[in-house]
Design a protein around this ligand. Structure first.
Ligand SMILES: Nc1ncnc2c1ncn2[C@@H]1O[C@H](COP(=O)(O)OP(=O)(O)O)[C@@H](O)[C@H]1O
Ligand SMILES: [Mg+2]
Length: 409
């Protein structure tokens, strides 16, 4: 028998004493943990608790175990939402299949569990939307899932909204990018599977009466296309409104749970064409990236907003000069020409009210508000002046929550 563990695998030592030589189905109940209402599965999947950690074990052919192991490891490295893989056990006696070991995704819920609760009013629609966000994220990264279903998705509550994780990567195929045909096929597979799963819930008496399984499942492609379009579409703006319209678009992408990569502005006859690269950032990545580019140390969401502005500024420099501008140069220029002047303009007696990065973020919001009102771009200098005169003085000293922005509810 051989174990292949993905470092660091400190938790793995405790696992070694488990009866790997026996069929997973026959392991003693005392070793196992009962996880109620799991998704529907093809393989024997069981759960164990060792030294306070819980693991999911799946008996599966060696080829698939290796495939799934490699993919889950890649996903984790790239910050894609999936379960985290610990390792595999291969060469088990009597030609037994391999076992794939993943870390139990804490606080995760299966759709069956969500529907079996009496207050299971989490609408099927909400779960589908969450799953669709996951599918779009995976497709942006070139992942063809091949088996997107409610059973293969785990849900987690995050301050009242759900987030979704991929749990089963057996059928996954990776490509540099997916063609529209590949995406449509993947979505269609999801539609079929979700329809079957909802019907199964209906027969089990778990689905609220008002929900039509087929209708809900048939709505999936449309939900997917809407989000895909929102995330990937190119937009054209008038040149004198481009700045705030770009800011608006980037913020909307953030609100949908996506981070912004490269931003490109092309001058065309109709106006400025905006192209945005969306991506999924690992937690903390925005902070690290902003620090690398500008040396600023701020909170994660502040970093997300400030990076939007750095990226839009870089695109603007490239558009103006007609040449590529390296990220590091754009970062330095943004710091010196955009960020620092705002921070320097903060009057001494107001300086301690909010962190400088928070003030800058509020100036960006204020700039957007003034521009939207005026129907054209208002510059950062003007927005900062207005903000520092009218908004910041009304922020009580020593607050830790963001102040109310002038005129916005
Ligand atoms: N790491 C994990 N954390 C939480 N639940 C898990 C984990 N791995 C598997 N499960 C649960 O077990 C079910 C079956 O696992 P899956 O990998 O989909 O097996 P199969 O290939 O048989 O479909 C999933 O639907 C999920 O509910
Ligand atoms: Mg599965």
């Amino acid at each position: 028998m051989r174990f292949i563990f993905r470092p660091p695998a400190a938790e793995a030592t405790g696992l070694l004493s488990l009866p790997w030589d026996q069929p997973l189905e026959e392991w003693e109940d005392e070793l196992l943990l009962d996880v109620p209402s799991r998704g529907i599965s093809r393989h024997v999947v069981r759960f164990v608790a060792v030294d306070g950690h819980v693991f999911a074990l799946k008996e599966i052919s060696e080829r698939l175990a290796r495939h799934e192991y490699a993919l889950l490891a890649q996903f984790e490295g790239e910050g894609l939402p999936s379960v985290s893989v610990l390792g595999i056990c291969v060469d088990r006696p009597h030609d037994q299949q391999a076992i794939l070991v993943t870390r139990y995704l804490e606080y995760s819920m299966s759709y069956r569990w969500l529907f079996s609760r009496p207050q299971g009013e989490h609408s099927a629609e909400q779960l589908l939307d969450t799953m669709v966000v996951l599918l779009v994220r995976l497709h942006l990264a070139g992942v063809f899932w091949g088996d997107c279903s409610l059973s293969n998705t785990l849900f987690r509550l995050d301050a009242g909204t759900f987030s979704a994780y991929l749990v089963d990567a057996e059928t996954v195929d990776r490509h540099p990018r997916l063609s529209p045909g590949q995406r449509a096929y993947d979505v269609d597979l999801a539609r079929e599977r979700v329809g079957a799963e909802l019907l199964d819930l209906r027969f089990g008496g778990l689905l609220p009466d008002g929900i039509d399984p087929i209708e809900v499942a048939d709505g999936l492609p449309r939900r997917y296309e809407t989000l895909w379009e929102e995330v990937t579409r190119e937009e054209v703006f008038r040149t004198d409104e481009q700045r705030y319209r770009v800011a608006e678009r980037l913020r909307r992408l953030n609100d949908l749970g996506f981070d912004v990569g490269e931003v490109e502005l092309l001058t065309t006859d109709e106006g400025t064409r905006l192209r945005v690269e969306t991506r999924v950032a690992e937690p903390g990545q925005n902070r690290r990236e902003l620090f690398k580019l500008t040396g600023l140390e701020v909170q994660e969401r502040q970093a997300q907003r400030l990076l939007n502005d750095v990226r839009a500024f870089r695109a603007y420099l490239e558009q103006k000069s007609g040449r590529p501008v390296p990220e590091t140069i754009a970062g330095h220029r943004w710091l010196a020409e955009v960020y620092q002047p705002v921070v320097d303009a903060i009057p001494r007696h107001l300086a301690g009210r909010l962190a400088p990065a928070e003030i800058f973020h509020e100036v960006l919001e204020h700039r957007w508000f003034l521009s939207e009102h005026a129907g054209r771009d208002v510059g950062t200098t003007e927005a900062a002046r207005s903000y520092l005169e009218t908004v910041l003085p009304r922020t009580p000293p020593e607050v830790t929550t963001p102040s109310v922005i002038a005129g916005r509810k």
